[in-house]
Write a protein that binds this ligand. Structure first.
Ligand code: ZN
Ligand code: ZN
Length: 277
């Protein structure tokens, strides 16, 4: 089976194209299931903070329309592709109750938990936060990743690789990131939360190395070692990126012993075998 469980829509305000084009692109790529996971807005910001900082997600009204439109399309496309409706939700320690209440309001098939910002370093997106010594950010990020899977709010921890794609790898000797990656993966295994394999993380690892190292490959090995369930997603923000690089990514995962991914319906998980088509 071929599935993509991380697809955005124009509802978040920063993805391109029409929803039907994402679906058609998924069908053309041979997907059996397409899982939309658009961003829930930054529920943890105050009204004045929302004016100051970029809100990369949907407010409640937009969420209602998003669920309604996708539910309609799910019926229309029923015999061609299974449409699953989820959300990508920022994890912010201390705001779990608010997140939980919002998630409850919508009939989600799955929820991805993400860390796009670390409040102790400001409310900006990690890509816009720069520090000379990034080791403190890395330490905070992986602590949050563990808290995120422990919260029980999420079905899968999205793009653990996000930090090294957007924040400079800490200086030599200041901190060892690899054990932190392993701890986050093992934390997910203990809390029965999936880890997402994100095509952007894979793409990044094909383009860059960090001092001859490859943290993405290390993460994949840790996932296999800890035997943690995974979801797979392109993180497409435009229709042509649905299932991007999946044939190469799936082949690579197979060589690392990962052949099963999870699909979800109303948050119930089922393992399926990945197939390139
Ligand atoms: Zn994200
Ligand atoms: Zn995303």
């Amino acid at each position: 089976m071929l599935v993509d469980y991380h697809v955005h829509t124009p509802y978040c305000g920063h993805a391109q194209g029409k929803i039907i084009d994402y679906i058609e692109s998924g069908i053309a790529a041979g997907l059996s299931e397409i899982g939309f996971a658009d961003h829930l807005g930054r529920y943890y910001l105050s009204r004045s903070q929302k004016r100051r900082y970029w809100d990369w997600g949907m407010d409640e009204k937009a969420c209602s329309r998003y669920f309604e439109e996708l539910a309609g399309l799910r019926d229309v496309y029923n015999d061609r592709i299974a449409i699953k409706i989820g959300m990508e939700v920022d994890f912010i320690a201390g705001a779990e109750d608010i997140a939980g209440q919002l998630i409850e309001k919508f009939p989600c098939d799955f929820i991805l938990g993400s860390i796009h910002c670390l409040p102790e370093f400001g409310w900006r997106h990690l890509a816009e936060t720069s520090l000379n010594d990034t080791s403190v950010m890395y330490a905070a990020y992986f602590t949050q990743a563990c808290e995120c899977v422990k919260s029980g709010l999420f079905n899968s921890l999205a793009h653990l690789d996000f930090i090294w794609r957007y924040v400079k790898w800490p200086k030599r000797k200041s901190i060892d990131v690899y054990p932190m990656i392993h701890d986050a993966v093992s934390c997910a295994a203990k809390n029965d939360c999936c880890i997402e394999i994100n095509a952007n993380g894979y793409l990044w690892s094909q383009l860059y190395t960090i001092r001859q190292g490859d943290p993405f490959a290390y993460m994949i090995k840790s996932i296999n070692e800890e035997n943690v369930a995974v979801t797979i997603g392109s993180d497409a923000h435009s229709p042509s990126h649905v299932a991007k690089l999946f044939p190469q990514l799936i082949e690579y995962l197979g060589t690392e012993g990962i052949r099963q991914v999870e699909v979800l319906t109303k948050k119930k998980r089922k393992s399926v075998t990945l197939k390139t088509g």
